[in-house]
Design a protein around this ligand. Structure first.
Ligand code: FAD
Length: 468
């Protein structure tokens, strides 16, 4: 019989639950077909997310081939593709995949499941993208947690799933033909690769992800607690984009850290992995939270949509250097440091009172590590409308935050070269330069760099009233 492994956001061979299961289920007479469906609904052409995902998929197909695993692309409507496959491989009996457990992916998986079963194909699925699945951790009365701290206590007390190291493809029969059948998929895949504006090839894939993890665990985990808030330091793992494409398994990340000696850095890092599970759980119980505020009383807030201000924020032209440097980092690299995500989201929602949903959508286009649950969770946290969110009266001051977390302007200078030759105190507040100073440094506020688009003090006072 023919068995099928259907890859999706789990682009790895190592510790891939569905793949491992498929391999152990095969009989000597069976053959394995590995596929990836190029789903038009999920293309985000022109976005960093598209470029990053397709660079990863390209790397995955090539490196899997080197290890003897052949991956084929399906194109067009999913059900027609399955129908064609069934005609091509009449003995197709089984399919294995790791479930996409939310949003569009979940709906697709559920319909695919019914469709396949109606064709008498046995479907075996797994939930494996988190350390604890969404419904696994509940309060003693069975209801879901709303606050992180009690959730985390329970999360910590439970044992974590094991990691299966080293992938060795057993001696199984694989479909290796360069048949006509997969030509269309191949053509589309090449086109999608060509549509990339940025080629992330050098930083993607299983090997890079493991190198990054090992480097982080050996050299940075210990100091993670002290360094993780400073965007000028490479103090965080940068594993989020690998986790979002599935180039590395969350179990591997967890166990690599767990094996290290105790330290505050280790504890804090593991807590971040719990936040990832927490937001996943919240999203599961509130699948509509991309549309509406979790806290009901805030659903009536008259969020603004001012396009001019929104564009200034998007393009890093707000006149607040730490905000602008962060937004340009996002535009240029597709990634942004966590502290900066909190700051720019606070600035958009509290200083500009612009709808957090617009910010969330913009992040979805730009982020190479886009993850709906963490992103919506992060935005609702910053907008004070989510579960366990920052209270509305705690509004970040972008200037003091810049001085505190980028004291020597290492980060700001990288992304705002127009400020790089000024002394640090003016880099943090260029608009406070006197005419004499502007002349001395041949720098014109409002021309070389924008004046602040809002006065933070006034904006803060206004936001406090607005929320009240
Ligand atoms: P590290 O500090 O090394 O953390 C390790 C891992 O823990 C991360 O890779 C991530 O998987 C997880 N993690 C860390 N912080 C959080 C958090 N606050 N919430 C959930 N998981 C966390 N993270 C995403 O993966 N995708 C997103 O789309 C996303 N959008 C965000 C939007 C906003 C407004 C905010 C405030 C945060 C968002 N985050 C998102 C969370 C966090 O900013 C990133 O996970 C982190 O910056 C990724 O960098 P890192 O891998 O170096 O993190």
């Amino acid at each position: 019989a023919t068995h099928m492994m259907w890859f999706r956001k789990d682009l790895r061979l190592e510790d891939n639950t569905a793949l491992n299961y498929a391999l152990t289920s095969l009989d000597k007479k069976d053959q394995l077909l590995c596929v990836f469906h190029l789903d038009e609904q999920q293309f985000r052409i022109g976005c960093h997310a598209h470029d990053y995902f397709f660079s990863t998929l390209n790397n995955f197909q090539k490196s899997a081939k080197e290890k003897g695993v052949f991956i084929y692309f399906l194109s067009g409507d999913l059900f027609s593709a399955f129908d064609n496959l069934k005609q091509q491989f009449p003995d197709w009996s089984d399919i294995y995949f790791n479930l996409d457990n939310r949003g569009y992916g979940l709906k697709r998986d559920l319909t695919a499941l019914h469709f396949l079963e109606s064709k008498e194909i046995r479907v075996t699925t797994f939930e494996e993208n988190h350390l604890h699945q969404a419904t696994e951790i509940t309060k003693p009365d069975g209801s879901s947690y709303k606050k992180f701290t009690p959730y985390y206590k329970r999360w910590l007390s439970l044992s974590k799933p094991m990691f299966q190291p080293d992938f060795n493809i057993p001696n199984i029969k694989q479909i290796k033909q360069d048949s006509e059948f997969f030509k269309e998929g191949d053509k589309l895949f090449k086109k999608l690769l060509d549509l990339r504006q940025t080629d992330f090839s050098l930083e993607v894939g299983e090997e890079r992800a493991t190198e990054r993890l090992n480097d982080f665990v050996l050299n940075q985990l210990d100091s993670y607690e002290q360094e993780r808030d400073f965007p000028g330091i490479d103090g965080t793992s940068r594993l989020s984009s690998h986790l979002s494409t599935g180039s590395i398994s969350i179990r591997k990340v967890f166990h690599a850290c767990q094996a290290m000696p105790s330290s505050n850095g280790k504890d804090t890092f593991i807590k971040e992995l719990a936040w990832r599970d927490f937001y996943h759980m919240i999203y599961h119980y509130h699948p509509d939270q991309y549309k509406e505020e979790l806290i009901e009383k805030y659903r009536q807030l008259p969020w603004q949509t001012n396009e001019e201000l929104f564009n200034q924020w998007k393009n890093g032209q707000t006149g607040y250097p730490i905000i602008d440097a962060a937004m340009r980092q996002l535009q240029q690299t597709g990634w942004m440091h966590n502290r900066l995500r909190m700051l720019v989201a606070s600035f958009l929602t509290k200083d500009l009172l612009i709808d957090w949903r617009l910010g969330e959508r913009y992040f979805a286009e730009q982020l190479i590590d886009y993850d709906a649950a963490s992103n919506i969770g992060g935005w609702q946290w910053a907008a004070s409308t989510g579960t366990d969110a920052v209270p509305y009266f705690r509004i970040f001051n972008p200037t003091t935050q810049g001085k505190k977390f980028d004291k020597d302007c290492l980060f700001i200078k990288t992304y705002l070269p127009e400020l790089a030759s000024l002394p640090a105190k003016f880099i943090h507040e260029p608009s406070t330069m006197s005419s004499k100073k502007q002349e001395e440094f041949q720098f014109q506020v409002g021309i070389d760099y924008p004046k602040p688009i809002v006065d933070h003090k006034l904006a803060r006072a206004f936001a406090l009233e607005w929320f009240k």
